[in-house]
Design a binder for this molecule. Structure first.
Ligand code: AMP
Length: 314
């Protein structure tokens, strides 16, 4: 499969890379990291990265604005995106050939060519693997820019190598990538430095989360609370993992009110939670998933379901 993807990259003059909405470091890392890899090895090709920019990722890179006409005869590569509804920039359908590269469960097998590896810690790790194949098969070289983005994507999706998804392969990839000219301190600052208001909100979370005897915990962040801390829904991304530090916690859910909906962000240290996410029209990984609730009453149903999962796990 990796060789078929490399053949397609060789074949097309214009390549457009997409990733998922509400991007995170692995979305940018895999999408723009692969773009940089292609640019470094095929400077004659026209390579674009699309999707709405998220300000919190400005330390990584910026996507581009392009016209519809660019999609004609283009190769489309979508990274880190499980289902078509979550592809940022729906013009991907206008391309000539679509490749899906992802590490989420393959519930929506879209694309003309698919490479899905749920054992990969991150999609950026898969792009590193593609590079390794490219090195042997097509003489690819890594660039500093690509290495920096891929490293950030791996760090982001493994929670700084803490999650069980980080395997020896992950560490090997990271070990190779840090040999390039990367300012790791600047990257880590960009990823983990928090404004004081967010640290205050983190304090609120630690003071107000609710946990039961099975290790199921939740915290609700309605608009009034977000306003109190002058925080936007997207800024809470850095706080989702915070409850993981609580002793005896097994799984947790953070509810964040956003416009007329409630974003449901689920995390776990063992119990499988992505089936629950699917029940609420979401999805994701077995230990990190998301969904949407349409009322606080529905949020309470999510809590009950998660409680049942943790009880059974215990
Ligand atoms: P998040 O809490 O947004 O960081 O998401 C954790 C994981 O769940 C990511 O890998 C997402 O791909 C997945 N995910 C989050 N929200 C949704 C959703 N509404 N539908 C499908 N997958 C989702």
């Amino acid at each position: 499969m990796k060789r078929q993807i490399i053949d397609k990259i060789k074949q097309y003059d214009t390549i457009i890379l997409h990733r998922h909405v509400r991007p995170d470091p692995d979305a940018y890392g895999s999408q723009i990291g692969l773009a940089e890899l292609i640019r470094a090895n095929y400077p004659e090709k026209i390579v674009f990265t699309v999707g709405e920019h998220d300000d919190s990722l400005s330390f990584m890179a910026f996507p581009q604005q392009i016209d519809d006409a660019q999609f004609e005869n283009a190769l489309i590569i979508v990274t880190d995106t499980a289902n078509t509804e979550r592809i940022d920039d729906e013009r991907y359908v206008k391309g000539d050939c679509i490749i899906k590269i992802d590490h989420h469960p393959n519930d929506d097998a879209y694309g003309d060519l698919l490479w899905v590896d749920t054992n990969a810690s991150s999609c950026s790790e898969m792009i590193y693997e593609l590079y390794e194949e490219g090195k042997i098969y097509a003489g690819w070289n890594m660039s500093d820019a690509a290495a920096r983005l891929l490293f950030a994507g791996i760090v982001g999706d493994t929670g700084r190598f803490l999650f069980p998804s980080a395997t020896s392969k992950t560490f090997e990839a990271a070990g190779q990538l840090v040999q390039y000219n990367i300012d790791r301190n600047a990257l880590f600052d960009g990823m983990y430095e928090m404004e004081r208001k967010l640290l205050n909100l983190q304090g609120y979370i630690y003071q107000h989360f609710v946990m039961d005897e099975c290790g199921m915990a939740y915290i609700k962040l309605p608009t009034a609370i977000l306003n109190q801390f002058d925080a936007t829904p997207s800024e809470t991304s850095l706080l989702v993992g915070s409850l993981g530090n609580v002793k005896n916690i097994r799984a947790w859910v953070m509810f964040i009110e956003e416009n007329d909906t409630i974003r449901v962000r689920l995390r776990s240290k063992g119990p499988i939670i992505n089936e629950l996410a699917k029940k609420y029209k979401g999805g994701g990984h077995p230990l990190a998933s998301g969904a949407t609730a349409y009322s606080w009453e529905e949020a309470d149903y999510v809590i009950e379901d998660l409680k049942a999962i943790c009880k059974e796990y215990k």
